[in-house]
Write a protein that binds this ligand. Structure first.
Ligand SMILES: *Cc1c(COP(=O)(O)O)cnc(C)c1O
Length: 382
């Protein structure tokens, strides 16, 4: 019998999602508004907000839509420039181009793999010198690992450039005890099928500033002015989350903490597995100030220290056993579609891409799945 496929990050239902979805059907709220949408927003707001502070949430159709609206809310227009972490998924950068603006890519630092504060400052200074001050900075918590929040925020504040925090992969991570998704002037989340929780497809825009989240909802529902007829004074979008999808989200919120724990246990499993393997380094938190949800567990493989075993050797060996793994994100400044964009930094992101591999990390991996993975890894590294 053919073995079942082990995926990198598959959806994982908790059980109560279906009752929220049924409720939507029973009450006929089959629309991009309704009690599940407001309920999900309220659950997220409660989850993210520290004591004595409230973060507001707008539930949207995707993380990409949230990024697009974030740029619009910050006034990014044709001819503007926006700084973006190069090492990320293309969805972080594409909305810059939707606005007719130019993405300016910045390298990673080797500790959190996220935007390098030194290269960031160099980029800002050089763009200003060349005549265009960047309109925003998009920083990403890659694979759930918080970026160097203090350093990046300090630079952004110094140059008075707003930060869009791409927390698509980092719901449940914290930096100095504060939740990721609360560090940007505007933050975004994703509930795509492969993320830590899913609404089958969805996203959210988060901000401390209620005016911004209300404006996001206005733009996401076709920018209708107050009037009995259809009246528009701005260009709108159809980016709101459906009440059916939001029902899945409400069920998923009940298991978010359990999902974080499972993913962190996967990371522990890989840490133990690779502990004695020379040349393989598991991506881990640099200090106690960082807590990653370990959305994906990743390794760097230095083939000079592994007798020539590369990330490709391991990927192909896993693939042969129907186990999915994937190289790290290919940096945006190396993508053909962005070849005209400037890049600041060295070759950190490029090196991560060449040597890094994401391993199966779903919260519903079984003991049997882990055993199959372990067997392959043992056989490759002997
Ligand atoms: C998934 C992801 C997005 C996009 O979210 P969607 O909901 O799929 O549109 C954006 N940025 C990063 C870093 C992501 O991983």
């Amino acid at each position: 019998m053919e073995k079942s496929k082990i995926y990198l990050s598959s959806p994982h239902m908790g059980g109560n999602e279906i009752s929220f979805v049924n409720e939507a059907f029973e009450t006929n709220w089959i629309a991009p508004l309704g009690p599940n949408v407001s309920g999900f927003e309220s659950d997220l707001s409660t989850y993210l907000s520290p004591k004595n502070e409230t973060y507001h949430v707008a539930a949207l159709s995707s993380g990409t839509a949230a990024l697009h609206l974030a740029l619009i809310l910050l006034g990014v227009k044709q001819g503007d420039e926006v700084i973006c972490q190069s090492m990320t998924f293309s969805a972080s950068a594409n909305p810059i181009v939707y606005q007719g603006a130019l993405p300016v890519f910045v390298d990673s630092e080797p500790v959190t793999w996220n935007i390098c504060p030194i290269a960031l400052e160099t980029a800002i200074k050089d763009r200003i010198e060349k005549g265009t001050k960047p309109k925003a900075i998009i920083a990403v918590h890659l694979y759930g690992m918080p970026y160097l929040v203090d350093e990046v925020t300090r630079i952004a504040n110094h140059y008075e450039i707003p930060v869009i925090e791409d927390s698509a992969e980092a719901l449940g991570s914290t930096y100095r005890g504060k939740k990721c998704g609360t560090f940007g002037d505007i933050s975004i989340l994703s509930f795509n099928g492969n993320k830590i929780i899913t609404t089958s497809g969805g996203g959210a825009l988060v901000s401390k500033n209620k005016i911004l989240t209300e404006k996001a909802v206005f733009l996401a529902t076709q920018a209708r002015d107050q009037a009995p007829h259809y009246q528009h004074s701005e260009i709108g979008y159809n980016y709101r989350m459906s009440n059916v999808c939001a029902g899945i989200g409400r069920g998923q919120m009940q298991v978010l903490d359990a999902h974080v724990e499972s993913r962190r246990n996967n990371h522990k499993f890989y840490t133990d597995l690779f502990e004695k393997v020379n040349g393989v380094c598991i991506f881990s938190e640099p200090s106690e100030h960082f807590i990653s949800n370990h959305w994906l567990s990743c390794v760097l493989i230095d083939k000079k220290k592994t007798n020539g075993i590369s990330r490709e050797t391991l990927r192909l060996a896993l693939d042969k056993e129907h186990i999915e793994s994937r190289p790290l994100w290919k940096p945006m400044h190396l993508q053909p579609v962005f070849e005209k964009s400037p890049f600041y930094g060295k070759a950190i992101a490029e090196g991560l891409f060449e040597n890094g591999l994401c391993l199966p990390s779903a919260s519903n991996l079984t003991v049997e799945d882990l055993n199959r993975i372990q067997l392959v890894i043992h056989s490759v590294f002997n």
